[in-house]
Design a protein around this ligand. Structure first.
Ligand code: NAP
Length: 132
């Protein structure tokens, strides 16, 4: 994916940093957002930090429509409870095997980035693991 530029929101968080590392490993350039993000969060040369507060940004459909002319797509992934260290700590009695794996979310994000999906934009995709 060396010729792709990927925008990852929440790139400093538990999920976002995981997905960021997966895309950086493919050679893609990653623009990563969070309110407080810098080069120190991902020192790789193909990472560009973009400090932004999305409470002030439009919804995904609006982003998709606005960016269509530039050949960009915008899709939203809505995971159920994910198997993250924070959730395991917060819910020690729960069965994490039913939770959504961050890797499955990263795979879905990579799928959206494939060339054949360039007409899929403005969508909202829930991913619920086996806990449905
Ligand atoms: N963990 C789960 O089981 C789970 C399941 C379903 C959905 N989700 C959702 O998935 C997202 C990521 O989860 P996570 O576990 O990775 O959360 P997290 O570790 O708390 O990360 C949240 C990320 O979003 C950034 N952020 C927070 N508010 C922002 C704002 N107003 N504008 C821009 N960036 C903002 C944070 O950085 P800054 O503080 O620097 O801005 C951070 O990078 C969250 O929205 C969460 O609610 C999580």
């Amino acid at each position: 994916m060396k010729d792709r530029v990927v925008l990852i929101t929440g790139a400093k968080g538990d999920l976002g940093s995981f997905v960021t590392q997966r895309f950086l490993a493919t050679g893609a350039t990653v623009v990563g957002t969070s309110r407080s993000i810098s080069n120190q969060d991902s020192p790789e040369p193909n990472f560009a930090p973009l400090p932004v507060d999305f409470t002030k940004a439009p919804a995904v459909r609006m982003v998709a429509l606005e960016s269509k002319a530039a050949g960009l797509t915008a899709n939203l992934i809505l995971p159920g409870t994910m198997d993250t260290p924070a959730n395991r700590k917060a819910m020690p009695a729960a069965d994490p095997s039913k939770w959504v794996q961050p890797g499955a979310v990263a795979d879905l994000a990579l799928l959206f980035a494939e060339e054949r999906d360039e007409q899929v934009t403005g969508t909202v995709i829930p991913i619920d693991g086996t806990n449905v």
